[in-house]
Design a protein around this ligand. Structure first.
Ligand code: UD1
Ligand code: MG
Length: 449
């Protein structure tokens, strides 16, 4: 949408978080609060995206480096209105609407922001507020109306007992026309916190005879503000609840909705079953008819149809169809498990391709490796991939059988159809079809008594 700019307010001291980390860098479902809001705004392609931050919020700046956002500093935390004043440097000659958004409203949707801008234009208002009706409005600014017209916003700390009973709240998202700058000049810090409140621009614009409009958000969930750790956690629960409903509606069974964590971006196919204790972190896609059970943790991975994961940890891996993992497997970055692979108890796979129908069933470490089809790797097999300086590769050809307790000292190449005797330490390549025995011969001696 053209002809609007956005100002995101992220310079607050965030005292209520009681944290050394700026509030906006706290994660909601694995993504910093500021990123949620920035993404929602960016989709609408504003002419300018201005972010107001504290001078000492280096971590926020670092996080945003490379993006097209314009950063301005608020040297002293004198309130949300004072924060908006800092954006004037960038926007004073700008002709168009100005969307002002608190950075602690991460669940806001782009479509809602768009409707706010549209409303401001269509009604010819100087400001449109995004409001919500909350059964428990505690902590929010209340919207005081007179004969159906918005008169002012009062903050919790400044509200009279009857104002505190108002359930229509200010979400901290506003669309202004260019009268914003005039209104900011008239703000006074005469309130409980002795701050310049952006919310006071409403009464000021009213007094200037300007039109004030409001839009009520349909789903209050979108505008839940986060000021402390409990609210952060509550938003996490809300997000999860929504996700579980969406997945359940699409045919996924979540056995115990109170005992799983599923990230907002998870994709799960029909007839998959997610058992209690599962943690699905960001960047996960799971196919149809999968079973994920026990305390499994999955992040950044793709799992294809009909696979089963039991009590396992999977990060940055690609898992094919009908694969069985666990219990207690660790599948690490850049691992690719093809169709019908089985990885069993206490086995660790890293940066390895395991081809179709191969099995690594017990107590093995396979790293920096390529394993062909229908290979059986016996218990306790290790790829010795690291020599203290660099990592080296192990290649095992199709249909080879690796006995238990074998060490592959990489780099090493095993051909196809090879048999490696149990207990071997393989230091040299083995051609296809050979039997390799690389262990001390058993001796029998008389026992000394
Ligand atoms: C604010 C609103 C309140 C609304 C609520 C919605 C004000 C005065 N009140 O209250 O009406 O119901 O949001 O969630 O705005 N900030 C700065 N610099 C400052 C102070 C704040 O940049 O000096 C930023 C914060 O980073 C935050 C936003 O302004 O993103 C609002 O500040 P916050 O302290 O969270 O205000 P609330 O008490 O939540
Ligand atoms: Mg807030």
């Amino acid at each position: 949408m053209n002809n609007f700019s956005a100002v995101i307010l992220a310079a607050g001291s965030g005292k209520r978080m009681r944290s050394s980390l700026p509030k906006v860098m706290h994660n909601l479902s694995g993504k910093p609060l500021i990123k949620w809001v920035m993404e929602a705004v960016s989709v609408l392609k504003p002419d300018n995206l201005v972010l107001v931050v504290r001078r000492d919020a280096g971590i926020v700046k670092e996080f945003l480096s490379g993006s097209s956002v314009k950063i301005v500093y608020q040297e002293e935390q004198l309130g949300s209105g004072h924060a908006v004043m800092q954006a004037e440097k960038v926007l004073k000659d700008y002709k168009g609407d100005i969307l002002v958004i608190n950075a602690d409203v991460p669940l806001i949707k782009s479509s809602t922001l768009l409707s706010l801008v549209k409303n401001n234009r269509e009604t010819g208002a100087s400001v449109t507020l995004l409001a919500a009706e909350f059964e428990n409005p505690f902590g929010y600014g209340r919207i005081v109306e007179n004969n159906g017209f918005v008169e002012k916003i009062v903050e919790e700390k400044d509200a009279t007992p009857s104002e505190k009973r108002i359930k229509k709240i200010n979400s901290g998202v506003y669309c202004f026309d260019e009268n914003l700058w005039r209104a900011l000049l008239k703000l006074k810090p005469d309130n409980a916190k002795k701050e310049y409140y952006i919310t006071d621009t409403i009464a000021v614009l009213g007094e200037l005879g300007k039109k004030i409009s409001s839009v009520i958000v349909k789903d209050g969930y979108e505008v839940k503000g986060i000021n402390n750790r409990l609210e952060l956690s509550e938003s996490e629960s809300l997000l999860k609840k929504k996700k579980i409903k969406e997945l359940s509606d699409k045919g996924v069974t979540i056995v115990d909705i109170n005992n799983v964590y599923i990230s907002y971006d998870a994709k799960i196919g029909v007839d998959s079953i997610i058992y209690p204790g599962v943690f699905i972190d960001t960047g996960v896609s799971i196919g149809k008819s999968c079973i994920i059970k026990g305390n499994s943790y999955i992040k950044n991975s793709k799992i294809s149809d009909a696979s089963t994961i039991l009590y396992s940890y999977i990060d940055s891996a690609v898992i094919g169809r009908e694969v069985k993992i666990g219990p207690f497997s660790h599948i690490r970055q850049d691992s690719v498990l093809k169709k019908n692979v089985k990885i069993g108890n206490f086995s660790e796979i890293k940066k390895a391709v395991i081809s179709r129908n191969s099995k690594i069933s017990h107590l093995s470490y396979i790293g920096d490796a390529s394993v062909g089809e229908e290979v059986n790797i016996g218990a306790g097999t290790i790829t010795c991939n690291y020599d203290g300086i660099g990592k080296h590769k192990t290649v095992i050809g199709a249909r080879s059988f690796i006995g238990s307790n074998v060490n592959f000292v990489a780099p090493v190449k095993i051909g196809r159809g090879v048999l490696i005797a149990a207990g071997s330490t393989i230091t040299r390549d083995v051609p296809s079809g050979k039997l390799a025995v690389a262990r001390a011969r058993q001796e029998l001696r008389d026992r000394e008594r």
